[in-house]
Design a protein around this ligand. Structure first.
Ligand SMILES: N[C@@H](CCC(=O)N[C@@H](CS)C(=O)NCC(=O)O)C(=O)O
Length: 79
């Protein structure tokens, strides 16, 4: 099981940007799609708004919106 959860939406270009970066780096997520029942509500409860991508790092409790911040965080995390 991955330590990383990524909330996403099918076709979201910002999500694809994160997913492509992660794929290049061999980083895996548990993906949660906000189109699935209860997932958008779960995201809002966690982060406060309905916006994807949203990353949760279970290893240290870090959570964030914004694809650029997520890519930067993941690039440092894998170093
Ligand atoms: N600046 C944000 C933009 C994210 C964004 O615009 N996400 C859209 C989907 S592409 C969104 O969450 N919209 C709300 C919704 O689809 O319910 C980022 O780079 O992550």
């Amino acid at each position: 099981m991955s330590d990383l959860i990524l909330y996403e939406k099918t076709g979201c270009p910002w999500c694809i940007k994160v997913l492509n970066f992660a794929s290049e780096k061999g980083i895996q997520f548990e993906l949660r799609n906000i189109a699935d029942a209860g997932v958008a509500e779960e995201l809002i409860a966690r982060g406060g708004k309905r916006q994807v991508p949203y990353l949760v790092d279970l290893k240290n409790g870090t959570e964030m919106y914004e694809s650029a911040d997520i890519v930067e965080y993941l690039s440092k995390r894998t170093n």
